[in-house]
Ligand binder design. Sequence first.
Ligand code: UDP
Ligand code: MG
Length: 323
Amino acid sequence: MLLSVIVPCYNEEGNIDRFYEETVRALGDLMPRTEIIFVNDGSRDATLEKLRALCARAEYRVRVVSFSRNFGKEAALLAGLRSSEGDFTVIIDADLQQNPEYIVKMMKILEEHPEYDAVAAYQEERKEGFIISAFKHAFYKVIDSMTDVKIMQAASDFRLLRRPVVEAILSLPEKCRFSKGIFAWVGFETFYMPYKVEDRASGTSKWNFWKLMMYAFDGIIAFSNKPLIMSSVVGFFIFMLSILYLVIIVIKTILWGDPVAGFPTLACLILMLSGIQLLGIGILGQYLAKDYTESKGRPVYIVKETMDSHKPDAGPEKVSGKN
Ligand code: UDP
Ligand code: MG
């Protein structure tokens, strides 16, 4: 197999057929050596029925991995990468925001430049609101200063990988997966290709501000220990300040016999210190929670069913909880 196209789908009933047609048209001669792997991430609409029908009629090879519930895009990407058999693997969204024609361009780049192992598409101009855009900018600044991995700010998950890169990504056993960080962490030479993002063909985006915020925290925790170090440093400075304050109070009392006073100071100090303590415990808790999740060793997703247009008799595979 030359090329595997991985498509995570969550409630994309309106996009499946169009995605297949547009991809077949865009890839042209590549199609006979291409497999399209749709990962149905526990969709609540008719996505699975659409995929079943597509599998039954598809001219080219279509495979479906269907989860038992929604496990999130990261889990869908992992399942897709695990199933992929191609020498090249491309990850692309189902909503046609990323035009499949770019896949041909990406393939050309890798064919012409053996020194590159991956092509990542980045948006030249973002079609996002001011707040989301500013928030993302701030996030990349923070993660850049806190981690050793360099994540290119505008790069998306839309990327083409050579097989060794896929193998490297799959060799990471962690359950809490932050793909943008993992792509950067495994290294290899990446070519950054600009692309123009389209409007969603159908349906709505699954991201909102809160989800993005949680995603950002996950990314920082997964790739940096600096928040822990920072909370220790802050604790140390406050301790030093308190010693200084103690000395001042002792001197003032000895020299001038200061009367009992300072309730506001006390109230402020208690509030400030308990706030900082809670923050520190919270940060510690985040790491502990991640470690707890990892140590439970639960699979990242549960596959309920798989389909293959070229092996229609294989039938649905029964529950397999690969981790
Ligand atoms: N997606 C998924 N599981 C989820 C959320 C999203 O598989 O829990 C898929 C979704 O179907 C789409 C891709 O991930 O193919 C990107 O999602 P979306 O278009 O909502 O994100 P955006 O383009 O707004 O960043
Ligand atoms: Mg989208």
